[in-house]
Design a protein around this ligand. Structure first.
Ligand code: PMP
Ligand code: GLN
Length: 390
């Protein structure tokens, strides 16, 4: 077995979902909705299924979808990406990031990860032959801040890229304009790329999303990654995109073509239609308003029983400090706490320590991550179960 995979265990998200099923728990763990995509998107899939869109598509993606993605992202990117040369349709954002890393990383290259960091980043960096280097967000009254001095220290002549994720999983942080400017300056200083994971770009509650590619000189050195999974409640469709300069796009298309070859064609056809309908119907505003209500509902439910809930400006995740229940649960370890919660209370959550590298694991120890991408009745059921903690 190759060393690059030998140390990888099962997905902690999938494990928690299996536990939630075993205990009949309300699953506020793995980040997927318990409701389906909007009706117009399901109709578009039916239509695609009845059409001829069943064979391979061009590896870069169906031209209609690349055009729709370029149009959709133009307001936040600040430019209309060229669908021919700058947009690639990937198998979710996960594959887009893997392709970008494979396209850029040489042995010995370093990739800066901002911790807590989504769990696929470090393994993907290693599988591409690189070395992850972490910078930790710092807890503050406002939530979490990017420490600019630590960011400075993380750069060196081997720095090839920095992975940015805004809005941020698991903290719900939306990076400030000052922080984005600092990441851009860091990239310019070290002649590095920014791999910008923006899968939650439509899910901001306090201020609009800003793509780092819209900052001066950043179009050339940014890969903007996105996906339909979160926005359209379609995490299993596995349709994502990578927007990058023509040169970078050509490179990442190499990794993509000789990886999955293309994303599933019928799903691409459905999404191309769906993105346009979404715009005509003002779907994003409706979705955001619904998520805001759900965020507030779950926040109130957690606070009512005694959790300290950290601010959430974007995504569909809430981090809650469970220290008041440490004695009841008989542990100070977040993984133990989440196992206890799913078994004894019937609510599944994710232990945030999985988002930290070993030296920083203690930073997540008294927190648990709860999702609010559930129906109101699902959240109310979770609230009723959490009430047993009183
Ligand atoms: N990045 C982040 C920050 C995520 O939370 C997730 C999980 N949904 C992904 C990437 C994966 O996105 P996709 O399902 O499009 O591969
Ligand atoms: N992004 C999801 C989460 O953070 C999990 C995705 C997955 O399980 N691959 O919960």
């Amino acid at each position: 077995i190759a060393a690059r995979v030998a140390a990888l265990g099962p997905s902690p998200f999938a494990e928690m979902t299996a536990l939630a099923q075993r205990y009949g728990a309300v699953n506020l763990g793995q980040g997927f909705p318990d409701f389906g995509p909007p009706a117009f998107l399901q109709d578009a899939l039916l239509h695609a299924a009845m059409s001829s869109a069943h064979q391979y598509s061009p590896p870069p993606g169906l031209p209609t979808l690349r055009e729709a993605v370029a149009e959709m992202l133009a307001p936040t990117l600040g430019f209309v990406a060229d669908p021919e040369q700058e947009v690639t349709i990937t198998v979710g954002a996960t594959e887009g990031l893997a392709a970008a890393l494979l396209a850029l990383i040489e042995p010995g290259d370093e990739v800066v990860l901002i911790e807590p960091a989504y769990d696929s980043y470090a393994p993907q960096v290693r599988m591409a032959g690189g070395t992850p280097r972490s910078v930790s967000l710092q807890r503050s009254a406002a939530g979490w801040d990017l420490p600019l001095a630590a960011l400075q220290e993380a750069g060196n002549g081997r720095t090839k890229a920095i992975v940015l994720n805004t809005p941020h999983n698991p903290t719900g942080k939306v990076f400030s304009s000052g922080e984005l400017a600092a990441v851009a300056a860091f990239a310019r200083q070290w002649d590095a790329y920014v791999l910008s994971d923006e899968v939650y770009d439509r899910l901001t509650f306090e201020r609009p999303h800003v793509s780092i590619a819209s900052l001066p000189d950043m179009r050339e050195r940014t890969v903007t990654l996105g996906s339909v999974g979160k926005t359209f409640a379609a995490t299993g469709w596995r349709i994502g995109w990578a927007v990058a300069s023509p040169e970078l796009t050509a490179a990442l298309r190499g990794a993509h073509t000789f990886g999955p070859f293309c994303a599933p064609t019928p799903l691409q056809a459905a999404v191309a239609q769906g993105l346009r309908t979404a715009r005509e119907q003002g779907y994003e505003d409706t979705m955001r308003a619904e998520y805001r209500v759900k965020r507030d509902l779950l926040t109130a439910a957690l606070r009512a029983v005694g959790f300290e809930v950290l601010p959430c400006d974007g995504t569909f995740f809430l981090l809650a400090d469970w220290s008041p229940f440490a004695e009841q649960a008989g542990t100070h370890d977040d993984r133990e706490f989440c196992r206890w919660l799913v078994r004894e209370v019937g609510v599944a959550a994710i232990a945030p320590s999985i988002f930290f590298s070993a030296p920083h694991r203690a930073q997540g120890a008294h927190l648990a991550r709860f999702v609010f991408c559930k129906t109101l009745s699902g959240l109310e059921e979770a609230a009723a179960r959490l009430d047993r903690l009183r």
